[in-house]
Design a protein around this ligand. Structure first.
Ligand code: FMN
Length: 231
């Protein structure tokens, strides 16, 4: 059954990206910048007066950026000549709205930029249940009350780097608010998985999922979502 599901997911992902294969090429590099901008945090309805960390993992693929269809189908967003992964874009909108600190979860080993090798590696990592070593770390996790946590849906789960991240820290008493762009699967079972990895934290059931083709136009949706949470 898992194999059938995996096949259907692979089909979804592949079909979603086929649309961009005929466009002109412009290279997209892996973003390796770790943002640690520190601004004033606002209150959360889930954890008033808390300091906010927006932690995210993103993996923009090396695709054509000419043509709107190509961009949306390829899970990247281009704004002001800046190319971002979908999660990265959502994280930036959240940061602009909420304040707090922005933190990119990055791995020591780079992932392939091309789609097929990337999906193959992600599947293999999931099968092997690996914990990719992270190259970025939160030094002052104790100071945060709320973690707004972003990741792409990979094979119906979080990328394995999210397991490394969630196992690295003790998040007892903190509130975790997930957000996740996807190709049709939404959160899958990732909310439960986060709860299992951090049983003493409060994992919000009011997280935000956005279909990857809608992310580029999702600013208002994200702002409304944050408003509904009390930001
Ligand atoms: C390795 C891999 C596996 C994926 N698996 C799924 C999946 O199982 N279900 C789904 O809805 N989308 C899946 N997607 C699509 C991503 O969730 C979607 O493109 C997301 O917007 C990527 O965000 P990013 O550009 O910030 O990395 C997959 C994408 C990749 C690269």
């Amino acid at each position: 059954m898992k194999k059938i599901s995996a096949f259907l997911l692979a089909l979804t992902v592949t079909l979603g990206l086929t649309a961009c294969s005929n466009e002109e090429n412009k290279s997209v590099g892996n973003s390796k910048t770790t943002n640690t901008e520190d601004t004033t945090s606002n209150d959360s309805s889930l954890n008033k007066d808390g300091k906010v960390l927006i932690a995210y993992f993103t993996m923009p693929e090396d695709v054509d950026t000419e043509g709107v269809d190509a961009v949306s189908g390829a899970s990247i967003v281009v704004k002001d000549n800046q190319v971002m992964g979908n999660v990265e874009y959502m994280a930036n909108v959240i940061h602009e709205t909420v304040g707090g600190d922005l933190f990119q979860i990055e791995t020591v080993e780079d992932y392939p930029l091309d789609h097929e090798p990337l999906v193959d590696q992600a599947a293999q990592e999931q099968d092997d249940n690996v914990r990719p070593e992270l190259s970025t770390h939160v030094e002052n996790m104790d100071t945060y009350d709320t973690i707004i946590l972003g990741y792409p849906n990979w094979w119906g789960d979080m990328p394995q780097a999210l397991y490394t991240f969630l196992e690295e820290y003790e998040l007892s008493g903190k509130t975790i608010i997930p957000f996740c762009p996807h190709g049709g699967s939404g959160f899958s079972n990732t909310i439960n998985t986060i709860e299992e990895l951090q049983p003493n934290s409060t994992v919000s059931e009011d997280g935000l999922t956005i279909a990857r083709d809608d992310v580029a136009d999702s600013e208002q949706t994200i702002v409304e979502w944050l408003k509904s949470l009390g930001y």
